[in-house]
Design a protein around this ligand. Sequence first.
Ligand code: FAD
Ligand code: UDP
Length: 395
Amino acid sequence: MNTDLVVVGSGLYGLTVAERAANKLGLNVTIIDRRDHIGGNAYSEIDPETGIEVHKYGAHLFHTSNERVWEYVNRFTSFTNYVHRVYGVHKGEVFPLPINLGTINQFFRANLTPDQARALIQEQAGEFAGQDPQNLNDKGISLIGRPLYEAFIKHYTGKQWQTDPTNLPASIISRLPVRYTYDNRYFNDTYEGLPTDGYTAWLERMADNPRINVQLSTDFFDDSAEFSKKNVVGQVPVIYTGAVDRYFDYAEGDLKWRTIDFERETLPTGDFQGTSVVNYNDDDVPYTRIIEPRHFHPERDYATDKTIIMREFSRFAEKGDEPYYPVNTEEDRTKLLAYRDLAKGEKDVIFGGRLGTYKYLDMHMAIGAALSTFDNKIEPHFARGASLEAGGVDA
Ligand code: FAD
Ligand code: UDP
């Protein structure tokens, strides 16, 4: 087989491994992807009618505090100075998110100082005040008190996850900051921005090496493909970034995923909502949020008479849908442990990325995890003959 390493999936995890293996170790790498483009869910394309860059699989905002990841991504693209802010509509009124002093004062029609707001929220957190609950419902109430939780989190989470919030992990909500200042930046990270020439230019630069052979529209489970599971496992090291349950033919049951349906519209106005993301926090609106992609690039010279909007509808993924977010209930975590045991038996296969580890990973986390796996497993194997640790799961 004329390749040293097979990478299944050309998302940021797979691209990072492939780029390092080709550029640092001089290996011949084959990347396969079942889609007809590279980049996984970070892929974007230019809408031919308006010239607006659209994130095909949902809005992607790059942010990181990891110095190594920031240095690494800047080898392939520069970033704009875009700072992400989100607004939320509740009972016909627009509030700044994530919950901050502005949200609190607007909601309670008050003029509270940070200390007064803290005291109020603590009182409203009731029995959960000062605790560190492990499920989303109790954690949410402990962080922002019951009235704000019910206004901004309860119904939005219900629409997004269709799962009782007492059965969802607290980590989903802990990603969002709560601030007792008027700072409404959505992320807390040191670095933030969007790739200046767009996501696809960035992702293509990562694969731009004659040693990297990309085969698109190729499914790893299609036995007739040259680099299929049947043909390569046991023959050549494999980095697998597809869904872990699919790899084992769902032997331990299906892991639950959420997917999103995007309803896209082009409108005859230069500006629909004045900002890139507006959440709809109440139950009476079926979608979770509206994205208006032109606002991701205020520095670009987009036409002023047309805009694109995307409404997001969230639901459980069926087989054949794009799996986007791991639901991660107790039952899923039990199944995942069984899949990890199976993975240990797979010779020279490393399971990585969001689908391969069944973890919510932001882009910088997927890149960071891939760089660590490269350092700890791939480079020692190819440079010094160290074992790849059969079936190593990238934890
Ligand atoms: P993916 O990008 O999912 O790539 C996996 C690839 O494997 C896909 O291209 C797929 O086609 C391929 N594949 C799967 N099965 C097979 C098979 N059998 N054969 C061949 N190929 C296969 N991160 C952020 O940092 N900021 C954000 O704002 C953000 N927003 C997001 C919004 C949405 C809706 C989603 C879904 C994700 C978002 N992310 C965001 C996360 C980001 O997309 C991931 O971190 C990143 O995609 C992880 O890359 P990956 O390589 O693990 O997976
Ligand atoms: N969330 C919410 N209301 C909001 C924003 C977020 O209830 O207005 C909850 C919801 O459960 C969501 C989680 O916080 O899944 C994380 O929010 P984020 O914006 O990171 O959502 P993502 O797009 O990653 O699902």
